[in-house]
Write a protein that binds this ligand. Structure first.
Ligand code: COA
Length: 264
């Protein structure tokens, strides 16, 4: 991996690939260069068969991500050309995360704001510390939040809660975030990493083709019927049915042992 920003870290622990936003002096704000490096990391994990699950987090425990780097706004949002160019890398990363063919978990400590919440919405699941806080302060910063990101928010919490979050720009504490469906679980901060790893290891032991198909199908269900790739969905079902892993699952059940999946 050729990471150049100095603000993205990657490490692997067993079957887990970590994507770490490490801009701690700005509470892990998303600065230029981080998106490109993030993409590089995700592409490497995607290509590595030893990586079964990806977890993204902010460095330290004060923040997941405090949003876009406000100090870079003069450069990145000053005119329409600069703004369009500045959107390209975030869009590429967003697309790659959403379509990553492996489970992706966001592990969230502390502040998860603005573009940081947007980043977390790209994950399949969000596990958050009990002191985590969520908001989209666009209405405080004069920003018209991008519709693609809003769609992800609406898909999770529905239009009315999304409007509450956007209009008020208020902070939701972890309990409310859980109640409205923004996050999947709340864990005490000192247990969050261990619980996330334990969960990721459960996924890592499951059949990769099965999870890949579920992720693809669930993403497809968010599209209109005529936009769905029925042929690909059908092919993925056939692929799973014919896979070694399908046979191994049946065999291991008969033999009363745990299956060992190989992803084909
Ligand atoms: N962009 C750039 N720098 C940021 C940042 C951001 N999004 N969020 C925090 N920082 C910087 C602060 O400027 C501060 O830098 P300094 O030490 O050089 O003064 C440092 O991170 C620590 O933040 P601080 O405000 O001192 O911590 P806090 O605990 O009092 O407050 C926040 C934390 C997150 C509530 C507050 O920093 C904040 O409101 N940040 C902006 C959040 C935001 O609007 N994000 C969406 C942008 S569209």
């Amino acid at each position: 991996m050729n990471l150049t920003s100095g603000l993205i870290d990657a490490k692997t622990t067993g079957p887990i690939g970590w994507l770490i936003f490490d801009n701690q002096s700005k509470l892990n704000a998303l600065s230029p260069g981080m998106y490109e490096d993030g993409l590089e990391v995700i592409q490497a994990y995607e290509a590595d068969p030893a990586i079964k699950v990806v977890v993204m987090r902010g460095a330290g425990t004060r923040a997941f991500i405090s949003g876009a780097d406000i100090t870079s706004f003069n450069k990145t949002r000053s005119d329409p050309v600069a703004a369009a160019a500045a959107r390209e890398a975030p869009n590429k990363l967003r697309h790659k995360l959403i379509h990553l063919e492996k489970p992706l978990i966001a592990m969230i400590y502390g502040y998860c704001l603005g573009g940081g919440l947007g980043m977390a919405l790209n994950a399949d699941m969000r596990f958050a510390s009990s002191d985590s806080q969520f908001s989209v302060p666009a209405a405080l910063r004069g920003i018209a939040y991008a519709p693609e990101g809003l769609k992800q928010l609406v898909d999770l919490v529905g239009p009315s809660v999304a409007k509450d979050i956007m209009f008020s720009a208020r902070r939701l504490k972890a309990e409310e975030a859980l109640r409205v469906g923004l996050i999947n679980r709340i864990v005490e901060a000192d247990q969050l990493e261990a619980e996330t790893i334990a969960y990721a290891e459960v996924l890592a032991a499951n059949a990769p083709l099965s999870m890949k198909a579920s992720k693809y199908f669930i993403n497809q269900l968010g599209l209109e019927q005529h936009e769905r790739d029925d042929a690909r969905m059908d092919a993925m079902q056939r692929e799973a049915e014919k896979s070694e892993d399908f046979k191994e699952a049946t065999r291991s059940f008969m033999e009363k042992r745990k299956p060992v999946f190989i992803g084909r």
